[in-house]
Design a protein around this ligand. Structure first.
Ligand code: ADP
Length: 484
């Protein structure tokens, strides 16, 4: 019963607390279901407040020794962990596809992406440099230290079950912090497998705690704890807002990666082949379930029909199925709620005059499989213009002028990713500077990597992850003023 893993012990169904495998106090569990088949894969502990408080206490106990290690020592542990992830990439990818549904090729990609954060922050650990400033009077020395914040907490989503963990745990551990992680209850197996490899790499007991269970109870305990000095969350804007409120009493530092509603703008001068490739990459990755997926595709009038036709052809060729099967590029959606949202957005758009170019229905495979869909004639008054669909729906809006499309693109409370396709280099700068987004892809639909700062403006979040800036969120500045 090891789900076909080469290394059966990577299938872990207990929480990781103080280096031990732990069940819930009351023995209750949550089922983990394969969205491709509806089959129950495993049961994981349903922990709550008491276990969370113990995990926090353990993380606090582990902090002094971890913080006291030299940066190169911490870096070596992270580096070994990254190497172990790559050595067991196939098993980790298989587990991910089983519990999350994304095609195996995407899971393999995510494991490499996730490991890249551990490698990157292992390197950044060595570059946590302080400052020596100019004295303001004779005999004075002014020195700035960078110190780990302390015990941190992370709450992560199901759409990137590995990478959203390493993007937080990597910089936390590199900085000398310890961390309590609550992965999404839909995808805990990837998290526990990472925990096994972390211990094997030499992460000491208590430095990384991983627990699953009642999300509101665990979240409330993490937020309320005065010991936890920082919370990093990736997920929906609604939950992010709630967590920010819950963190107010203890004035916790917050990093929030929340929802997006990415515009993708295509100008008449763009190369249609690159545009279609970019739309497929940005819109349909993970079956449309990423926060940087293009949600509103604005196409200039002169190229509109060409793009619509070519996109429909590309979508028609997409193979929908179980992510474990060869050649599949679109897996199932995560659950029935996700399917309902896609249907609502389609129905709302059609009722307001949009046209269905391809797709639009549940797939004949049943379950949570949905046909990749393209709508034309979409306008700003439709729901899809304001809300993130998080599914395989490409809505094509038409525009005439540059100023008009910038206004439409910025007409959103969100500001995570945006995309522009044009061959005009002056326009690239104009648009790149004016779009209200944290990240802009220009003639590309793929923007996520470990070297660049990932994050949003407006209600898409706070802080940046990855890049050399990502570690700063786990460090405090302290300045020493020395007088002779
Ligand atoms: P989605 O709607 O895409 O599942 P969520 O924001 O609900 O996104 O989930 C992201 C993470 O937030 C998951 O780990 C989930 O368990 C967690 N979560 C959901 N509700 C709460 C809550 N009230 N308190 C703390 N964490 C929560």
């Amino acid at each position: 019963h090891s789900l076909g893993l080469q290394r059966p012990d990577l299938l872990q169904t207990a929480c990781l607390i103080d280096g031990a495998s732990v069940a819930a106090d009351d023995g209750t569990t949550l089922a983990v279901v394969d969205p491709a088949t509806g089959r129950c894969l495993a049961a994981v502990p349903r922990m709550g407040r008491a276990e969370t408080e113990r995990a926090i206490t353990g993380a606090a106990a582990a902090l002094p020794a971890w913080r006291a290690r030299t940066a190169p020592e911490r870096a070596r542990v992270l580096r070994r962990w990254a190497d172990l992830m790559m050595a067991h990439r196939e098993d980790l990818a298989r587990l991910m596809t089983l519990e999350q549904g994304k095609p195996l090729a995407e899971s393999r990609g995510e494991i490499a992406y996730a490991a890249s954060f551990l490698e990157w922050f292992a390197e950044e650990a060595k570059r946590i440099d302080g400052e020596v400033l100019q004295p303001q009077r004779p005999g004075q020395r002014i020195v700035v230290l960078k110190q780990p914040i302390g015990v941190c907490a992370a709450i992560t989503p199901w759409n990137f079950p590995a990478a959203m963990i390493t993007r937080k745990v990597g910089p936390a551990l590199a900085a000398g912090c310890t961390i309590v992680v609550k992965p999404a209850e839909l995808t805990p197996l990837s998290a526990f497998a990472l925990g096994v490899l972390a211990i094997e790499a030499g992460v000491p007991p208590g430095v990384l705690q991983i627990l699953t269970g009642d999300a509101p109870a665990i979240g409330a305990a993490l937020c309320a704890s005065p010991v936890v000095r920082k919370l990093s969350f990736t997920g929906s804007t609604g939950v992010g807002r709630l967590l920010a409120q819950q963190c107010a009493p203890t004035i916790k530092k917050l990093s929030l990666e929340l929802g997006g509603n990415a515009p993708l703008i295509v100008f008449d001068d763009a190369d249609p082949a690159r545009v279609v490739e970019g739309i497929i990459a940005s819109k349909f990755r993970n079956t449309g379930q990423t926060c940087v997926c293009a949600n509103r595709i604005y196409v200039q009038a002169g190229i509109y029909d060409v793009i619509a036709t070519r996109l429909a052809d590309a979508v028609a060729a997409m193979h929908v199925g179980n992510g474990l099967d060869a050649g599949v590029v679109q897996g199932p959606l995560i659950d029935a709620r996700a399917v309902a949202k896609v249907r609502q957005h389609i129905d709302d758009a059609l009722s307001q005059g949009a046209q269905l170019l391809i797709g639009g229905r549940l797939h004949t495979l049943g379950g949570t499989y949905f046909e990749p869909t393209v709508l034309t004639g979409v306008t700003q008054s439709m729901r899809v213009a304001r809300e993130e669909t998080f599914g395989p729906l490409a809505p094509l809006f038409r525009f005439e002028a540059e100023e008009e499309v910038i206004a439409m693109a910025n007409d959103s409370e969100f500001g995570l990713a945006a995309y522009v396709f044009t061959e005009d280099r002056r326009r690239v700068w104009r648009i790149g500077e004016q779009l209200e987004a944290g990240m802009v892809g220009i003639n590309t639909g793929l923007i996520s990597n470990e070297v660049a700062p990932f994050g949003g403006v407006k209600q898409s979040g706070l802080g940046r992850e990855g890049s050399r800036h990502g570690i700063e969120d786990y460090l405090e500045l302290k300045y020493l003023c020395l007088q002779d």
